[in-house]
Design a protein around this ligand. Structure first.
Ligand SMILES: [Ca+2]
Ligand SMILES: [Ca+2]
Ligand SMILES: [Ca+2]
Length: 311
C-alpha cells in the first residue's frame, strides 16, 4: 500500500511539472524561439480580393459554392506552396502575414515578393507593409505604409486613383467567344471603356464568389509599361520598372527584393519601421497590351531574406 502511494505521488509531481512546462511555453510568445524555427515564407492570407482578369476564377480555381472565405483559404494554401495567384486588373489585392516579424535590417533589403515575371513580362504591383505596432495581431488602417519604388521617386505615379468595374451579363460570362465589350469600367479621372474577353480564356473574368454588381478599388496608379516595338502581335513587351514593385523581376533576381526603409507615409515622408508583420500587394496598372490582355500582378509568396540567409 505504501509503495503504491509513493508511486502515485511521483506520478502527480511529474504531471504537475509537465503541465507547468506546457503552460510556460504557451504563455511565452514566439520571441523566444530560435529564428531558424520560423518560416521564411508566408504563413497566412488575411484577404484575397482580385479585380476582373483572364486568370481570375482559375488562379486559384473557383468551384461552385466557393465563398470569400473558401477562396481566401485557397489563396493561403497557394502562397504557402509558392503557387501563383492572380490579382486581376488595377486594384485587385491580397493581404498576407508571417509567423514572425520580418526585421528591417539597416542598409539591407529585407524580403522578396515572388511572382511570375520574366524578361520583358513585368506586371508591377504596388506593395504596402504594416508593422503590428499595437500587437493586436491584425494590420490596423493606420499601420499601413506604401513602398515608394522607382516610379514613385520619379513622380510618375497617381495617388488616390479609383476605378470601378461592372459585372457582365451572364450570357457574356458563359460565352466561349472573344468579346470586345465585356466588362465596363470607369475611373475618377474621367476615363472609361470596356475590358475584353480574349480567345485564350473562356471562363468568367469577374470573381464568381463576389455577390456585388460592381467592384471598386483605390490606390496608387503606376505608369503604363507596355510597348509594341515592331507593331506586330509578337512585339508586345512589358518593361520592368527599376525597383520597388512586385511581379516586376524574376524571383531570383535582386529586382524582386524590397528594403523596408523604402516605406513612406501618405505625405511621401520616410517612416522608420523596426520590421513588418503584414504585406499587401495590389495590381498597379490599368493597362491592356494587345493579345497579352490586361496587365495583372501575380503573387506566389514572399520570403524573409534574413531567415532565408540563416538557413
Ligand atoms: Ca532594410
Ligand atoms: Ca495592429
Ligand atoms: Ca505576372
Amino acid at each position: 500500500m505504501k509503495r503504491v502511494k509513493r508511486n502515485s505521488g511521483i506520478a502527480l509531481l511529474v504531471s504537475i511539472a509537465f503541465s507547468t512546462t506546457i503552460s510556460c511555453s504557451s504563455d511565452n510568445t514566439i520571441e523566444e524561439k530560435d529564428p531558424k524555427e520560423y518560416k521564411s515564407n508566408v504563413t497566412k492570407v488575411l484577404e484575397y480580393a482580385p479585380a476582373f482578369g483572364q486568370f481570375v476564377n482559375k488562379l486559384p480555381l473557383y468551384e461552385e459554392g466557393d465563398t470569400v472565405e473558401s477562396m481566401r483559404i485557397k489563396a493561403e494554401k497557394a502562397l504557402q506552396n509558392n503557387t501563383v495567384i492572380t490579382l486581376g486588373g488595377f486594384g485587385g489585392y491580397v493581404v498576407f502575414g508571417f509567423d514572425h516579424t520580418i526585421a528591417n535590417v539597416p542598409g539591407k533589403r529585407d524580403f522578396r515578393i515572388l511572382g511570375n515575371a520574366f524578361a520583358n513580362n513585368a506586371e508591377p504591383g504596388v506593395i504596402l507593409v504594416a508593422y503590428d505596432a499595437n500587437k493586436n495581431g491584425i494590420p490596423d488602417v493606420d499601420e499601413w505604409f506604401e513602398i515608394a519604388g522607382s516610379e514613385h521617386e520619379k513622380g510618375r505615379v497617381k495617388a488616390k486613383y479609383k476605378i470601378v468595374y461592372y459585372k457582365p451579363a451572364k450570357a457574356l460570362d458563359d460565352s466561349q467567344e472573344e468579346i470586345e465589350q465585356y466588362i465596363r469600367w470607369e475611373d475618377n479621372l474621367g476615363n472609361n471603356g470596356w475590358k475584353k474577353k480574349n480567345k485564350f480564356h473562356h471562363q468568367s473574368y469577374y470573381p464568381q464568389w463576389v455577390k456585388t454588381e460592381v467592384l471598386r478599388f483605390e490606390g496608387t496608379l503606376l505608369p503604363t509599361n507596355a510597348i509594341n516595338e515592331d507593331e506586330t502581335e509578337s512585339g508586345w513587351q512589358l518593361k520592368p520598372f527599376a525597383w520597388g514593385y512586385a511581379d516586376n523581376y524574376p524571383n531570383r533576381q535582386e529586382g524582386s527584393t524590397i528594403d523596408i526603409d523604402w516605406a513612406v507615409d501618405q505625405n511621401g515622408n520616410k517612416v522608420n519601421l523596426p520590421g513588418i508583420d503584414f504585406i499587401k500587394v495590389y495590381t498597379g496598372l490599368n493597362q491592356e497590351a494587345g493579345w497579352l490582355g490586361e496587365t495583372s500582378t501575380e503573387v506566389g509568396g514572399a520570403i524573409d531574406l534574413h531567415i532565408e540567409n540563416k538557413n
